[in-house]
Structures are given as structure tokens and as C-alpha cells.
Design a protein around this ligand. Structure first.
Ligand SMILES: [Mg+2]
Length: 339
């Protein structure tokens, strides 16, 4: 196998604001694995919150390149198995490698990844579209610019949270979900959940900080009027069990856990524990979105609008039409660089 890296900087369609900052441009590292005339693609983006830069992720991948290139691709998870321990401190880099290897393995077999993973392409949830933080008027404008989605995810974590949801509700009957990105206190989460429920919100994602205690999480879990989904509090496979009894569901992201291989295991474990399952994304191209979309049959909720939020997606793959995900009709995950 041959490993190639491509660095890409993509300006966003418009600045994307959440409770801990604003992003104008996303820097992305694309991993390409070549074998027998086929290319498998994986990707990962820089992320300050999780502490991964282009430099650190490139360094991580270069550290394991010879090992990856000499791996016999006897299964989709062979690369993950080969470098998982060495990359235990850089799940982001591991994710891009695993994604590329799973894509390549399925391509060499002429089958889509979801089939390789034993999944049936049925009972698929629609994706939400994310509205980033702004004034209520700005957020209503974002909603109006993306009409027709059946689910919107609203970024919150500012003093006028409730006013924002009230304003949006006046303009849509769609399902609304909210994501506080760690910005609320226990009391705030409980109090706001009651009002948000009245406004027809379906669930709250990550109200408390990642550092919140199990007791605080359990209190919100018990007292909240709405289901609570863990995002920042659920990164690795070992986090799933801890989330049972402290959250109603988990939001798995490929980069947080280290790729499709652990994501598949986490979603299956979550379902066995009675947790709701969700897949989310970062600001990423259609390569990453196409890989995450292969897991849709295991999901209750999907948030896969990352490529739509980019100004100009340098890749192509699954398409999302107002939430409805369609496969690319190609083997593997279906994502590839344009040209
Ligand atoms: Mg989130």
C-alpha cells in the first residue's frame, strides 16, 4: 500500500459560530491509501478544542506510515488494528487512516462499506441542518436560507438561548434539536429543558462541560424535561458504558473515537445499552461525511451537514438533499476528491 497526504484549506460558506468560538476556514488533511490501482480516502480537520493541528496530525501519520504501508489489508479494520496503540494519543489521525483503509478495502471488494459491515440500507434517519450562533434575527435568516429541511439543529449557549428558539419556532414547524456545546450549568440545563420542551425541541446535546462530574450529569439526566445526548462527554469506546444512566444517547464522531472501526463498535454497544444513537460531524468534506453516512442504518439521529457548511466542497460523495441522504453508488464509502 502507498500512503499519500493532501492538505486543503476550505473557506466556509459563512462564519460558523458555536458557544466557544467562530470558524471562518477549515484546514483539512486528506489521507489517500493506494493499492492495486484503487484509492481509499479518509480525512480529518484541525480542531483546537480537541487539540489537534495540521502539524500534529501530519506528524502522527508520518510516524506510522511505514507500518501502514506494510499492513496486509486482509480486512477493513487491518490498518486500525496495526496502528491503534501507537496512535492512542491522536484519535484524529487514526480516524483518517481507518477511514481510508475501510474505504480501500471495500473498493477492492467492489462493495459499499455499509455492506462490508453487515448493515442493511434501511430505516435511515434524515440529517439535520445546523444553525450557528448569532442574534435571533441572524439565526432566523440562516433558517430561511436553508428551507425545507425536516430537522434543524440549533447551536446555543448564550444569554438569549430561549429567545433564539422562540424566534426560530415562529418560522418553522420542523423538528428542532439544540446543542449547548458544554455551555450550561446543571440548573440552567434543567430550567431551559422545560421551556425548550414547550417549544417543541426534541433533545438537548451536551448541556454540561466535558469536565462535569457523573453526579452532575446524572442530576440533569433525571431532572431534564428532554432527552440529553452526550457529545464532548462521549469520545472513546470506553465512554459508552459510562454514558448509560447519565445520558439518554450518544453522538459519535469518527474523529473523536478513531474512525469507522471503533464507531461501529460504539454504536452497537450503545444500542445494546438502550442509548439513542447519533452520528455527528465536524466541518468536513464529502469524504468524511460519506464515511459517517455508511453508519446510518445504526442511527436514531444524524447530523451530517458538515460539507454543506463549507463554501466549496473539494470532494464529492453521498449527497444530502434537505436532510435525505443518498449514496454515491460507488464501492467503498463513496467519497473522493474532485478531479
Ligand atoms: Mg455537538
Amino acid at each position: 500500500m502507498k500512503l499519500l497526504l493532501h492538505e486543503i484549506s476550505v473557506p466556509l460558506l459563512k462564519p460558523f459560530k458555536i458557544s466557544r468560538g467562530t470558524v471562518n476556514e477549515q484546514t483539512i488533511l486528506i489521507v489517500e491509501l493506494q493499492k492495486d490501482g484503487q484509492s481509499g480516502f479518509g480525512e480529518v480537520g484541525e480542531n483546537g478544542y480537541y487539540g489537534h493541528s495540521l502539524e500534529t496530525m501530519t506528524e502522527s501519520i508520518l510516524r506510522v506510515t511505514s507500518r501502514v504501508e506494510s499492513t496486509c489489508l486482509s480486512s477493513g479494520d487491518a490498518v486500525w488494528e496495526a496502528v491503534n496503540e501507537q496512535l492512542s494519543s491522536d484519535r484524529f489521525a487514526l480516524s483518517a487512516l481507518d477511514m481510508a483503509a475501510q474505504d480501500l478495502f471495500a473498493k477492492l471488494h467492489g462493495r459499499p462499506c455499509y455492506q462490508e459491515w453487515g448493515l442493511q440500507w434501511t430505516s435511515l434517519p434524515e440529517s439535520s441542518f445546523t444553525i450557528s450562533i448569532g442574534t435571533p434575527e441572524e439565526m432566523v435568516l440562516q433558517l430561511k436560507e436553508q428551507p425545507g429541511w425536516r430537522i434543524y439543529k440549533i447551536k446555543l449557549g448564550v444569554p438569549d438561548d430561549i429567545e433564539i428558539v422562540r424566534a426560530l419556532r415562529l418560522h418553522t414547524d420542523a423538528v428542532l434539536r439544540v446543542d449547548a456545546n458544554c455551555a450550561w450549568t446543571v440548573q440552567e440545563a434543567i430550567t431551559k429543558s422545560i421551556v425548550l420542551k414547550d417549544l417543541g425541541v426534541e433533545f438537548i446535546e451536551q448541556p454540561l462541560p466535558r469536565e462535569s462530574t457523573k453526579e452532575e450529569q446524572e442530576l440533569v439526566y433525571r431532572e431534564s424535561a428532554l432527552p440529553i445526548i452526550a457529545d464532548e462527554s462521549c469520545c472513546l469506546p470506553r465512554d459508552v458504558e459510562r454514558c448509560a444512566g447519565a445520558f439518554h444517547g450518544i453522538n459519535v464522531k469518527l474523529c473523536k473515537c478513531g474512525g469507522p472501526t471503533p464507531a461501529l463498535a460504539m454504536l452497537k454497544q450503545a444500542r445494546s445499552l438502550g442509548l439513542h444513537t447519533m452520528i455527528g460531524c465536524m466541518l468536513e468534506t464529502s469524504i468524511g461525511i460519506s464515511a459517517a453516512a455508511q453508519l446510518l442504518p445504526l442511527l436514531d439521529y444524524a447530523d451530517l451537514d458538515g460539507a454543506i457548511l463549507l463554501g466549496n466542497d473539494p470532494a464529492e460523495g453521498v449527497t444530502i438533499d434537505r436532510g435525505v441522504v443518498s449514496l454515491a453508488n460507488r464501492p467503498g464509502c463513496g467519497g473522493r476528491l474532485k478531479q
